[in-house]
Design a binder for this molecule. Structure first.
Ligand code: CLR
Length: 439
């Protein structure tokens, strides 16, 4: 497969491998949890939330049965499920077509929210989570850099792309819906096969739990996403339609890729819980930017039921860009990808820093269905965190993130968390020592 990489991509690939990032990831990803089925008590969300109107998630104390066994750091790692779209993007020669795949990637991040009406564990300050896939060639690390407000700083790297940003959300239960507004900018650096690098940015849209009062809560994701290619000037305006009455328009996402001169070049459309298509922009069908203010139905339907389905973007027919992985029933309604996240195979143990989420006893207990112990341990850890906070207040010291520092992006001017480059080398040094000590 070597010929599929150019020099710049190969250099990155070597860096990732030479840092030893894949050490410990010998076993294939886990396929199931210990638990067959979660038997969390079915308590109505409304009965608990009705006394919490106006509150944000960090100020809500919910019974642990409202939790799922993942943490917010791992929810960020779930963005990695469809990174093959970024690999595909990098292989395209037309930058606007690359944007089609980047847009599908941005939308694919929402597919995992289906049926996940549960609160992820709140990471402790300084908690980290790493996730590497030698089979897919990427490494990922995220650190909880702030507790109030909760912020996680993340970086994923691969031969053909780097993806980084912060997961910081503002959440509020307004009495009808529980709304989560992401704050940070996400950055994507692609190394196209044609050479060089290009920088993309976008902000995530609103996630919202609706249907709380009627007792059938669902997650909706809606709003407008503007994806910019800062290097070429291409943009994609992507609209996530808000779920209407009786679920009309649910999951729909559509948009247009325009080049620097503002010429529409590609249409993107589909459903973020199912499939996303691309098609060469056609004036006669009228899926222009004007469509953004009108209904998307025509576009989405014509893309879903095309007369001819193409497998490549060479013709004018719609082509499939992304398809959701199957979702067999699983405890906590986890996706098969999410199931892989919290596994600690023996071989990985010596390589994990003590701050890794996989070592949290409360989350482990939750995953194994021991909810009482999970609640007890969660309280214990959170009390310990409060004590450390008080100590810092007495000392007059502030917590410093270990692997990221605040910086201003030279191109976009946005503030972001810059990786300090130390995590993987430190991991390799300490991991090597503990592997040798075991021998
Ligand atoms: C959506 C995809 C984004 C990252 C992201 C951040 C916060 C997550 C959100 C995702 C999905 C929905 C979410 C939210 C935090 C809380 C909320 C998990 C993953 C749940 C559904 C709220 C549950 C409410 C309780 C009262 C039970 O890229």
């Amino acid at each position: 497969k070597k010929e599929l990489y150019n020099e710049l991509q190969l250099k990155k690939r070597e860096e990732i491998i030479n840092d030893g990032s894949f050490h410990g990831y010998d076993d294939p990803p886990r396929a199931r949890l210990k638990l067959e089925e979660d038997d969390r008590p079915k308590i109505s969300l409304w009965s608990i939330l009705k006394s919490m109107i106006g509150k944000d998630m960090t100020k809500m104390t919910l019974p642990v049965s409202f939790n799922e066994c993942t943490s917010l750091l791992q929810r960020v790692a779930e963005d990695m499920e469809y990174t093959d779209l970024l690999d595909q993007a990098a292989l395209k020669k037309d930058s606007c077509l690359r944007m089609v795949y980047v847009a599908a990637f941005a939308a694919s991040e929402y597919s995992s929210t289906i049926n996940r009406i549960a609160k992820p564990f709140n990471p402790l300050l300084g908690e980290t989570y790493e996730y590497c896939r030698p089979d897919r060639g990427y490494r990922f690390v995220v650190e909880q850099v702030s507790h109030h407000p909760p912020v996680g700083a993340a970086l994923a790297e691969s031969a053909r792309w780097d993806y980084w940003g912060e997961s910081a959300v503002k959440s509020k239960f307004n009495g009808r819906s529980f709304d989560i507004n992401p704050l940070g900018t996400w950055f994507l650096n692609i190394r196209p096969i044609t050479g060089g690098q290009e920088l993309y940015t976008w902000k995530k849209v609103t996630s919202s739990v609706v249907g709380i009062i009627t007792g059938s809560p669902v997650v909706d994701n809606y709003g407008e996403m503007l994806i910019k290619n800062h290097t070429t000037g291409d943009v994609c305006k992507l609209k996530y339609k808000q779920r209407g009455w009786l679920g009309s328009g649910a999951y729909e996402v559509y948009g247009t890729v325009t080049d620097k001169a503002e010429n529409p070049r590609w249409s993107v459309g589909g459903r973020w819980n199912d499939k996303i298509f691309g098609r060469r922009y056609q004036t006669d069908i009228g899926d222009s930017l004007v469509m953004l203010s009108k209904e998307s139905d025509g576009l989405v339907q014509s893309m879903e039921k095309p007369a001819i389905v193409s497998t490549s973007p060479s013709s004018n027919a719609p082509f499939l860009v992304w398809e959701n992985h199957p979702r067999p029933s699983a405890p906590f309604n986890l996706t098969p990808f999410a199931i892989t996240l919290n596994a600690v195979p023996e071989k990985l143990k010596p390589w994990l820093p003590p701050t890794d989420t996989r070592l949290r006893p409360d989350q482990r207990a939750m995953e194994d269905g021991d909810y009482d112990f999970a609640a007890k341990e969660k309280n214990r850890l959170e009390e310990k965190q409060r004590a450390r906070r008080r100590e810092r207040e007495v000392e007059g010291s502030v917590h410093q993130p270990r692997w990221f520092r605040r910086a201003k992006h030279a191109v976009t001017g946005d503030e972001y968390w810059q990786f300090n480059g130390e995590y993987w080398r430190m991991r390799e040094n300490l991991g090597r020592k503990s592997v040798e000590a075991k021998k």
